[in-house]
Design a protein around this ligand. Structure first.
Ligand SMILES: [Fe+2]
Ligand SMILES: [Fe+2]
Length: 391
């Protein structure tokens, strides 16, 4: 039976919107800097968790923006943070290492967010403001889960004070938008300390991972060959996640949906890496770190601008990966390696939206002209060597 309890006083619409604006800014800063630091966090587990959480947070921002719109506030940018909120965000922006980012994001910012949401949930009227109740219940659960997964540093007194006020900190609707600070460009991504990084990577692999010509496409079938191949593939997935994370971090001027697409792909790629990390010891008799890896291919993409990264990675490498995965799958099914074949079928399924990300945002960057983008991709492809690397 529906309750007939009297309505709670709750928040008025404007105070409610200010609280959501506070959350927007904290989540936006967190997504931005988790994207920036992910490539530099050495441990695979940390990259995996960050990729998962930043995708969660990016989707949460979309929902917060929607609620702001419903509460009659500008949803594209809900006003600039006032001095106190700016100081809180500066703390997140000021981290000088991945470890410091994790300590601040998971030891201060997310706990402050959780406390602010608890205050919000404890005050709102669950009938007139039911959409906020739904959104905040979900957000609270996810944030608490993130904190539990990436063990926080002990909480400081400073954070306790900020936490009690977050949610009601003033927002300036007329001030210019807060600028998101950029981390310096990457020299190269970081790997677990037990992984050897060399100039040429695994000598056993040569360029088989990235061969573009379908006639030359090679499916590894010998056990030793498969071990090297899947090891290289795990590293390639990490590079893909790191490229997408940096595409987002380095281009805060792009529309919000771009960042959501990049976050989804970052999460997909770290999930793919995890699949290979599990397959290696369970199906193939090797483990992450058994062979050297190299960053030649990563560099060849990373050094380009956003349009070229999308054209060369999403619209070329990922496009060819679709074909390669389906070919590999068939051969592995015939050989009775059903588990590995299934993996390729899932990788293939995830590749479709990744290729679409290239077309969608590459087209956006060429003034919405998809034909011009496709022509540009063809032109760039002509400049690739047989491994698919720009020559
Ligand atoms: Fe992938
Ligand atoms: Fe992909």
């Amino acid at each position: 039976m529906l309750s007939h309890e009297p309505l709670r006083r709750g928040y008025d619409v404007d105070d409610n919107a200010i609280r959501f604006s506070n959350y927007f800014h904290v989540l936006r800063e967190l997504v931005h800097f988790s994207n920036g630091w992910l490539p530099l966090a050495p441990e695979f587990e940390t990259k995996y968790r960050l990729g998962d959480h930043l995708h969660d947070d990016a989707r949460a921002i979309s929902k917060v923006k929607r609620r702001l719109y419903e509460l009659r506030h500008p949803s594209e940018y809900p006003g600039a943070p006032g001095p106190e909120l700016n100081a809180f965000l500066d703390r997140i922006a000021g981290a000088g290492s991945p470890e410091e980012h994790l300590a601040i994001a998971y030891g201060e910012a997310k706990p402050a967010l959780v406390e602010a949401i608890e205050v919000h949930l404890g005050t709102l009227d669950p009938v007139t403001d039911e959409p906020s109740l739904r959104l905040l219940t979900q957000l609270h659960q996810r944030q608490a889960h993130h904190i539990a997964e990436l063990a926080p540093a002990p909480r400081s007194r400073n954070q306790q004070r900020a936490a009690t006020k977050l949610g009601s900190l003033p927002i300036d609707l007329k001030a210019p938008a807060r600028e998101l600070r950029l981390l310096p460009p990457l020299e190269e991504p970081a790997r677990d300390d037990f992984v050897e990084v060399t100039a040429d990577g695994d000598p056993f692999l040569s360029d088989e991972l990235y061969v573009n010509d379908p006639d030359e496409n090679h499916v590894p079938v010998e056990p030793e060959e498969q071990r090297h191949f899947f090891h290289g593939l795990m590293d390639a997935e990490l590079c893909a996640a790191e490229l997408m994370a940096r595409n987002s971090h380095e281009h805060p001027e792009m529309p919000w949906d771009f960042h959501v697409d990049m976050a989804r792909q970052t999460w997909d790629e770290v999930r793919h890496a995890r699949v290979h990390e599990i397959l290696m010891p369970t199906e193939l008799g090797c483990a992450w770190g058994d062979y050297p890896i190299g960053f030649g291919y990563f560099r060849s993409i990373y050094e380009r601008d956003l349009l070229d990264r999308l054209a060369l990675f999403n619209s070329t490498s990922e496009q060819k990966a679709m074909w390669r995965h389906s070919h590999r799958r068939k051969i592995l099914v015939d050989r009775g390696q059903a588990t590995i074949a299934k993996v390729f079928d899932y990788l293939l399924a995830d590749e479709v939206p990744h290729v679409h990300n290239g077309v969608r945002w590459g087209t956006y960057l060429i003034d919405g002209d998809e034909r011009a983008y496709r022509a540009y991709v063809r032109e760039l492809r002509e400049g690739l060597d047989r491994t698919g690397a720009p020559s």
